[in-house]
Design a protein. Structure first.
Length: 280
């Protein structure tokens, strides 16, 4: 029901049109695999879909369900795979807390450079931007973990729909003005629950400050790019605050309850779209 409700809310964007035009700026990897199932459903509703992706990527391939537009990037497929694998392995490696933060700081710098390079290649591709400007899209569907799609949505002056699991440093909560008290909302990597001791709450408070520093460092290049493209100073919080609908691949079965805003729709069940019985 959560999946159906989320898709129905999304489809309501096109209720006045006999088949809307959707521009999709995805994030690669598992993020794309979940998003693709939504695009299949939208295509079957006779909506026209254009997906924009770098020529060098892991999973975004041509399909009968959408038109794929690619752009060149200064990266080989081997380099891309190596960087993403290195980043992911550090995320799941069990280490002492401070060592995890130090390793994450180093990897965030490398992965941020990768994505900002790809983003600049898209936004500075005059032929592709001219094509997108001339197509009069109704909305942009994008994963805001990499905010390039949102920069493009503001440049094209069209509404954006976010499709995501979550954002670093609670940018989603900041952008939508959700309450996010550090005494109640556990920070990433602490392994705390929403029932914390006093010491855990103090630790949580200090980590929130460290998170802000790390994320400001990682996302500053995107803020500078957005400011150049939109010709005005832009912060990540302001950039994401323009999101019309947030489709969140989560639910309160696996997450602790938290405040949510009316334009946030939980579609955690979409991750179970492809199911098969377990073996004996």
């Amino acid at each position: 029901y959560l999946v159906s409700g989320g898709v129905l809310v999304f489809l309501s964007l096109f209720c006045l049109a006999d088949g809307g035009k959707l521009l999709v700026v995805p994030m690669d990897g598992s993020h794309w695999l979940s998003m693709r199932s939504l695009l299949v459903a939208l295509s079957q509703k006779e909506h026209e879909i254009v997906v924009v992706a770098p020529e060098v990527n892991l999973n975004v391939k041509a399909s009968e369900y959408y038109t794929l537009k690619t752009y060149p990037v200064p990266l080989t497929e081997g380099e891309l795979g190596e960087r993403l694998h290195s980043f992911a392995s550090d995320l799941f490696e069990r280490r002492p807390f401070l060592q995890r933060i130090a390793a994450l700081y180093e990897k965030v710098q490398a992965i941020s450079e990768l994505y900002i390079s790809s983003c600049n290649s898209l936004l500075l591709n005059k032929d592709l931007i001219q094509y997108l400007e001339g197509n009069k899209f109704d909305a942009v569907l994008t994963d805001p973990v990499v905010p390039c799609g949102q920069i493009l949505a503001l440049h094209l002056s069209i509404p954006s729909v976010f499709f995501l699991r979550g954002l670093p440093c609670s940018f989603d909560l900041q952008a939508t003005q959700c309450p996010d008290p550090p005494s109640y909302i556990p920070r990433t990597f602490t392994d705390n629950s929403d029932h914390m001791t006093f010491i855990q709450r103090v630790e949580n408070f200090f980590l929130k400050s460290a998170e802000s520093f790390l994320c400001n460092f990682a996302y500053l290049p995107f803020e500078l790019t957005a400011s150049d493209i939109l010709h005005r100073p832009v912060t990540m919080k302001e950039l994401l605050s323009h999101g019309s609908i947030w489709l969140k691949r989560m639910d309160f079965v696996f997450e602790y309850p938290m405040p949510m805003m009316p334009n946030m729709v939980f579609i955690g069940g979409i991750n179970c779209g492809k199911k098969k019985p377990l073996s004996q």
